[in-house]
Design a protein around this ligand. Structure first.
Ligand SMILES: Cc1cc2nc3c(=O)[nH]c(=O)nc-3n(C[C@H](O)[C@H](O)[C@H](O)COP(=O)(O)OP(=O)(O)OC[C@H]3O[C@@H](n4cnc5c(N)ncnc54)[C@H](O)[C@@H]3O)c2cc1C
Length: 358
């Protein structure tokens, strides 16, 4: 069976963008995704926790002033966006025995959110690729060079392609994909050393019947040295459903030890401490622990919360013209960010198209 001339592995932002660019350019492309859903680290859910428009459990923001590529993609796809709402004062929690300080927002470069959540980007890109070109629940376990083709190993058998775009974090490639012939040790070493951005983190979301913090002149933003949430923001959806979200400041091992229910209880108690008794009655809460998700985090990520630095990820012969890396972490600019995924996906699509002309 042929995978099409170009196979894209991983349907996060980088893989989706690469696949739709290739499809729009007339290429014979297929997209393989291990999860039963699209988006990778982009995960937007409704108040009921089901994937759909609403609240981001993965990335929420992009910064158009500094990131023209994602700004252009959002505009091309006709997606509405809005600034992160920071009206009101923010809180700063310094010590368990002190009341939180009310402070002005520091300002700075504006963060923007996509209406409906970042998942709107995933849905818009997926709509540009025919469904029969996308395989969900299809983890690629390895690549083997066979003459001029690459053989991809899937659970139910093998497929062949002329070129493969690996649109996933380098650490996941090192962890889950066997390459035959094996790349030189320094290549695998670079993959293992490249942290997957935000993989060690967890996000907590609490949906409320109203934005009660506004009634007290608060923006919903907070920073805390007490925890468990280190940073809190207003996550009210574009449909007006009130919500707060926070990044859990506890290490992945500590979260695992406590268990989900205890982490949720501690996060909710902190919101009550900061925002008052109305915070005690959320309509729903979610905890997404990315460190516990094997399709994002590897054991190396749990102790290494660093940001990836730009590196050269081109593979040497005999893989050089057969495989291109495209996960955000491989981007020459903004690696680890959504913008890095856009840049890496575009570059990989251009390269694959040049190597496999229609
Ligand atoms: C909590 C959190 C908050 C974040 N906040 C922001 C933010 O505000 N702004 C920002 O710019 N960035 C943010 N990021 C980073 C942003 O999410 C990533 O840069 C971006 O989504 C990466 O896209 P990607 O396509 O490169 O990788 P991924 O989204 O990781 O996609 C890789 C895909 O490959 C799939 N896959 C893995 N192994 C296999 C296999 N063997 N076979 C087939 N498929 C496989 C995965 O399931 C996944 O779908 C955040 C990330 C997290 C987790």
């Amino acid at each position: 069976m042929t995978a099409g001339r170009i196979a894209v592995v991983g349907a996060g932002l980088a893989g989706l963008n690469a696949a739709r660019l290739l499809w729009q350019a007339g290429a014979d492309v297929r997209l393989y995704e291990a999860r039963p859903r699209l988006g990778g680290r982009i995960l937007t859910v409704g108040a009921d926790g089901a994937p759909g428009a609403g609240f981001d459990l993965g990335p929420s923001w992009f910064w158009p002033d500094m990131q023209p590529e994602i700004a252009a993609l959002v505009a091309e796809l006709g997606l509405a966006c809005r600034r992160q709402d920071e009206a009101g004062q923010m809180l700063f929690e310094r010590h368990p025995q002190e009341s939180p300080l009310r402070v002005r927002h520091p300002g700075g470069v504006a963060s923007w959110r996509i209406a409906g959540g970042t998942g709107a980007l995933v849905r818009a890109l997926a709509a540009l690729i025919p469904p029969d070109r996308i395989r969900l629940g299809a983890p690629v376990g390895g690549l083997r060079l066979a003459g001029d083709t690459v053989v991809l190993t899937l659970p139910e058998g093998e497929v062949r392609a002329d070129h493969v775009i690996l649109a996933l974090p380098p650490r996941l490639i090192a962890q889950h994909l066997a390459l035959d012939p094996a790349p030189p040790p320094d290549v695998r070493d670079l993959w293992r050393r490249t942290p997957t951005w935000m993989a060690p983190h967890a996000k907590f979301l609490a949906v409320y019947p109203r934005r009660f913090w506004r009634e007290a002149g608060l923006s919903g933003g907070a920073q805390s040295l007490v925890g468990p949430l280190a940073e809190i923001h207003d996550a009210t959806s574009s449909a007006g459903e009130a919500a707060l979200f926070g990044f859990v400041g506890l290490a992945a091992a500590r979260r695992h030890q406590m268990g989900e229910a205890a982490v949720i209880a501690a996060c909710t108690a902190q919101l009550v401490r900061l925002f008052g008794p109305a915070a005690a009655a959320p309509q729903s809460v979610r905890l997404k622990d990315w460190a516990a998700d094997a399709l994002t985090a590897t054991p190396g990520d749990l102790t290494d919360p660093c940001h990836p630095a730009p590196q050269a990820f081109a593979l040497p012969a005999p893989w050089s013209d057969r495989v291109t890396l495209a996960g955000s972490e491989t981007a020459p600019r903004d690696p680890g960010y959504l913008n890095g995924a856009v840049i890496a996906g575009q570059a990989a699509a251009r390269r694959a198209a040049a190597l496999c002309p229609v």
